[in-house]
Design a protein around this ligand. Structure first.
Ligand SMILES: *Cc1c(COP(=O)(O)O)cnc(C)c1O
Length: 395
């Protein structure tokens, strides 16, 4: 055997040493039947929990009828989901993709096409922020700029200017005649769970209005009910021109979408953009089922209520473990618990304890429970965290 031969899977991940066989609601089970309380939700994806009956039914029924036809033909369920999303948001038109990065890529292309169609062909640069994460394509790593994402992948696409996170004066100073848009995650996810306050969103909106730029929000992680509103920007008074959505929109089926206001969306014409799979019948059956649940009266209010309970419990944990927890922050059920020590060993200890959470950066434990968690599950999570932190303090 060639001793340089790589593993059959390219070694791009460093997974925890655990695999799951099935899931139900907020729990996952491994092959030995051990139960795990899932506060990672596959990185904010399985927002309605695992094996949700309404989603399973929608998927199974669709699987027996039709999987894929391509966008060469009309896809009624795609139109239905688009109509419904337009109905409940400030956006007028959207494009379906299979992932978050594709939704971002669509947004980035739409920014350029919008200015081009207006005859403003010199406007193509996008202002982004430190610590951002927008996906792993060449354009989106160019927007994020961090060495971790970009090293070894140059030369990167032109046209991304980065300023310190939420430094509004730096944004103003970075605007030139070539600037086309400002791009920001409404709540920074991978960067450590840092929400943009409504006041700052307003200042960004004012800047974009003043200079004729587009305001583009990445709500791939924080959208679709995660913060207790359908989209996180809805906690403010502003309306963006474009948003990118994914993760929770499919509840575990790969779906993304780029939503835009009318004046922007009309820049795309037949042939401007496309995808083979995006918005296929399987994805749309699940997407419609997810929306059925999220739009149920009271659903988002219950997300707010349960998130307050979790947040309060975490504040109490912080008081009890002030040696270990340095900050608790976030919005709704997107919560960061910043630690004084690296997060990874704590996440491993949590797995032993039967609970899953994610990391954000090196020192933040990211809690992204399903939006359907109950008080009992919140209590269980707090107890498990408490035990793990107790053990960590003793070491
Ligand atoms: C996950 C994520 C992406 C990338 O989505 P993929 O589906 O992994 O391509 C982009 N932006 C944000 C904020 C994300 O959380």
């Amino acid at each position: 055997m060639n001793r340089n031969s790589p593993p059959s899977l390219m070694p791009t991940y460093a997974p925890f040493d655990v695999a799951f066989e099935r899931g139900e609601g907020a729990y996952l089970y491994d092959s030995e039947g051990k139960k795990y309380l899932d506060f990672a939700s596959g990185i904010a994806v399985t927002s309605l929990g695992h094996a949700h009956p309404h989603l399973v039914k929608a998927l199974c029924e669709q699987a027996g009828k039709l999987w894929h036809t391509s966008n060469m033909y009309r896809i009624p369920e795609q139109k239905r989901l688009a109509d419904r999303l337009v109905e409940v948001t400030c956006f007028d038109s959207l494009f379906f993709t299979n992932s978050g990065v594709e939704a971002m890529e669509c947004a980035l292309k739409l920014i350029r096409k919008y200015h081009y169609e207006r005859g403003d062909t010199g406007r193509f640069r996008v202002i982004s922020f430190t610590n951002a994460f927008h996906g792993r394509s060449l354009a989106t790593i160019a927007a994020a700029k961090s060495e971790k994402l970009t090293k070894g992948f140059g030369p990167l696409p032109e046209g991304f200017d980065q300023v310190p996170f939420l430094d509004i004066e730096a944004v103003r100073a970075a605007i030139t005649e070539e600037t086309a848009a400002i791009l920001i995650e409404t709540v920074q996810g991978e960067g450590g769970i840092l929400p943009v306050e409504p006041d700052d969103l307003k200042k960004l909106r004012e800047l974009t209005d003043e200079y004729g730029l587009l305001l583009v929000l990445d709500e791939i992680q924080c959208g679709m009910g995660r913060t207790g509103r359908l989209f996180a920007f809805e906690w403010s008074d502003i309306e963006p021109d474009i948003i990118a959505v994914a993760k929770g929109i499919g509840g575990g089926f790969p779906i993304g979408a780029c939503l835009a206001k009318a004046h922007v969306a009309t820049a795309f014409k037949p042939g401007s953009h496309g995808t083979t799979y995006g918005g296929n019948p399987m994805a749309m059956a699940v997407g419609n089922a997810v929306l059925d649940e999220i739009l149920k009266p009271g659903f988002l209010d219950s997300v707010v209520a349960i998130s307050q309970l979790l947040r309060q419990g975490l504040e109490e944990l912080k008081a009890r473990h002030s040696d270990l927890i340095t900050d608790v922050r976030g919005l709704g059920l997107m919560i960061g618990v910043e630690m004084a020590t690296p997060a990874r060993p704590l996440l491993e200890a949590l797995i032993e304890e039967g609970m899953l959470a994610a990391a954000a950066g090196k020192k933040v434990i990211r809690l992204l429970p399903p939006l359907i968690i109950t008080k009992t599950e919140v209590k269980e999570a707090l107890e498990k965290l408490d035990r793990v932190l107790d053990a960590a303090s003793k070491n």
